[in-house]
Design a protein around this ligand. Structure first.
Ligand code: PXP
Length: 233
């Protein structure tokens, strides 16, 4: 099992001050199996220069999350990430809302995906754990999907969470059976990951917010210690 770390919110912190740090490109050195970033059309966190630098520096695997738009297609073909994960994107969302509806966007995706594949980029789709949606991903010529764990992560009631977990299990099994490599992510954190880790079909996790949020807290003591040493000099 692999852990790919989404570094968008390192850039969120930098963009809050339009400063030069923290620098997202340093993240791989901490031991992730891959780095994920989402270049949004509003550029609220990751910038194109981040993507270019990440491509130059990353030795593991660079996964670019993006909307299936002409602008993003041109950028992806230029930068050539190892993987492109197609996600839905709407202007005022705080984070990605649900999987991409591959059935609704079938015609558009059928002409969009091959253009990435021809550029040597592996394509994945962020998809809800739903039988028809998963089968359509295979029909579109994919060998990789990322199952959306958001509904599971957000469920407040036990019954709701158990149902969402069962859907992920069923979806992961079906996906593997029909020849898809299965990744999973969204909303996973230190409290809810263990039942997901037990799903043997899932080969990679894509986790961002929880890791960056925790990094701030576990890193704070060290950061304060270093500044205290300077001011007490
Ligand atoms: N997977 C996809 C497709 C996403 O859009 C995101 C959020 O950018 C993640 C995984 C990571 O979600 P989180 O930041 O909640 O861990």
């Amino acid at each position: 099992m692999r852990l790919a770390v989404n570094i968008d919110h390192i850039a969120t912190l930098r963009q809050a001050r339009k400063a030069k740090e923290p620098e997202p490109v340093s993240a791989e050195q901490a031991g992730a199996h891959g780095i994920v970033c989402h270049l949004r059309s509003d550029r609220r966190h990751i910038q194109e220069r981040d993507l270019v630098l990440l491509r130059q520096v990353i030795k593991t695997k660079l996964n670019l999350e993006m909307a299936a738009t002409p602008e993003m297609l041109a950028i992806a073909r230029k930068v050539k990430p190892d993987v492109v994960s197609l996600v839905p994107e709407s202007p005022n969302e705080l984070t990605t809302q649900g999987g991409l509806d591959v059935i609704r966007h079938r015609n558009h995706l059928a002409q969009f995906i091959p253009q990435l594949q021809k550029a040597g980029i592996r394509v994945s789709i962020f998809v809800d754990p739903n039988e028809e949606q998963i089968k359509e991903c295979r029909a579109l010529g994919l060998d990789l999907i990322e199952i959306n764990t958001g509904k599971y992560a957000e469920a407040e009631k036990t019954k709701e969470r158990e149902k969402a977990l069962a859907e992920i299990k069923t979806g992961a099994r079906l996906a593997e059976e029909i020849g898809l490599e299965v990744h999973a992510g969204h909303g996973l954190d230190y409290y809810n990951i263990l039942p997901i880790v037990e799903i043997s079909q899932i080969k990679e996790f894509s986790i961002g917010f929880a890791i960056i949020a925790r990094a701030v807290m576990v890193g704070l003591a060290q950061a304060i210690k270093e500044m205290l040493a300077l001011v007490e000099k």
